[in-house]
Ligand binder design. Structure first.
Ligand code: SF4
Length: 332
């Protein structure tokens, strides 16, 4: 159970039921009042070596930006939802956008307003829309603190239209198993070889737990996607990913294998990640490999196209061998 070191809060959160609830839940934890969850000066000024320590705090505020961003992968819109950031520390985390500013977990208490906008947008649309609600955080993790996912599924199930989806790297799925979700929720479990989880995805659930969680979620009627992501081309990557795909084929239930779809995403990395990781995790592996990576603009790196296409062919072969009947939505 996550026990925050300190709570940084905007004073107006107590005007919301969840804000009141969280202040009561953490009444014994030291508090710091802040003007705006987007700009906490004392955190911004911290050195990168404080990165992991900062993640032990909890920031509670009110989400002010509610702009949906069009998406063309497994959803129609990316929706800013009830949290941003995370208590875990994957070395490549795509939320580490601006030094350490957005890395820690921020919770937003105006959940009624956010879900209401999703429901109204779904109802107004002629097309059946899918909303990605987990692109800024990990909702299975967040749920252990706020119960927001249970609340969301229960309050969304009777909406006339629309579907929800989110990715996760966590296995604490039990609270949502008994819910009557009416088939409107797709959960996409992100997996990586155990060795990569241990060395790179600090603070997330182990592979065994994630596989068990997928089987339980399917048994509970949820639609299941599996993200092999991010694919990291370490020296022995072929062996690791072949073992991973084989293990999935052995340990996923027949029900999951019948219709789960896959997404495969190669890692992108950045100069900012390199700086933070060097200072925050000095004994960790170096994910930047100049021989096989190239610049992608604005301090970002990805694998060279020749390297990616060879890796893509290898992964497609393995998928064909172990999951011949499952759709790969995309490899990017
Ligand atoms: S679990 Fe997701 S949000 Fe959390 S650190 Fe890892 S990549 Fe980032």
């Amino acid at each position: 159970m996550f026990k925050p070191k300190a709570i940084y809060f905007e004073k107006d959160i107590i005007n919301y039921p969840l804000g009141k609830e969280l202040m009561e839940k953490y009444k014994d934890i030291p508090k710091v009042e802040i003007e705006n969850h987007n700009n906490i000066e004392e955190m911004r000024k911290n050195p990168n070596s404080e990165f992991a320590n900062m993640k032990r705090n909890l920031i509670i505020g009110i989400r002010k930006t509610h702009k949906f961003v069009e998406n063309h992968k497994t959803s129609d819109y990316l929706v800013p939802y009830t949290s941003s950031g995370c208590t875990a520390a994957c070395m490549y985390c795509y939320l580490v956008c601006n030094y350490n500013k957005c890395a820690y977990l921020r919770l937003f208490v105006n959940r009624e307003q956010m879900l209401d906008k999703i429901i109204k947008t779904a109802e107004k649309s002629e097309k059946e829309l899918t909303f990605e609600i987990g692109s800024n955080s990990d909702l299975i993790l967040e749920n252990t603190i706020t119960n927001n996912l249970v609340w969301t599924i229960e309050n969304f199930k009777n909406a006339e239209k629309g579907k929800l989806t989110f990715p996760t790297k966590f296995d604490m799925v039990d609270p949502i198993l008994p819910l009557d979700h009416k088939g409107k929720v797709t959960i996409r479990m992100s997996v990586n070889p155990e060795e990569i989880i241990n060395k790179v995805e600090f603070g997330t659930s182990r592979l065994t737990g994630r596989i068990e969680a997928i089987n339980k979620l399917k048994e509970a009627g949820y639609n299941i996607g599996i993200l092999i992501a991010p694919v990291i081309l370490v020296d022995n990557w072929k062996e690791l990913y072949q073992e991973l795909i084989q293990r999935l084929s052995q340990e996923l239930s027949e029900k999951v294998k019948r219709d789960a779809f896959f997404e495969i995403i190669f890692m992108t990395y950045s100069y900012v990640h390199t700086k933070i990781n060097e200072e925050a995790f000095p004994n960790s592996i170096n994910l930047y490999n100049r021989d096989i990576m190239t610049g992608r603009g604005r301090g970002k790196y990805w694998y060279k196209s020749q390297v990616r296409s060879e890796a893509e062919s290898f992964l497609r072969e393995q998928m064909q061998r172990y999951f011949p009947n499952n759709k790969i939505e995309y490899i990017v």
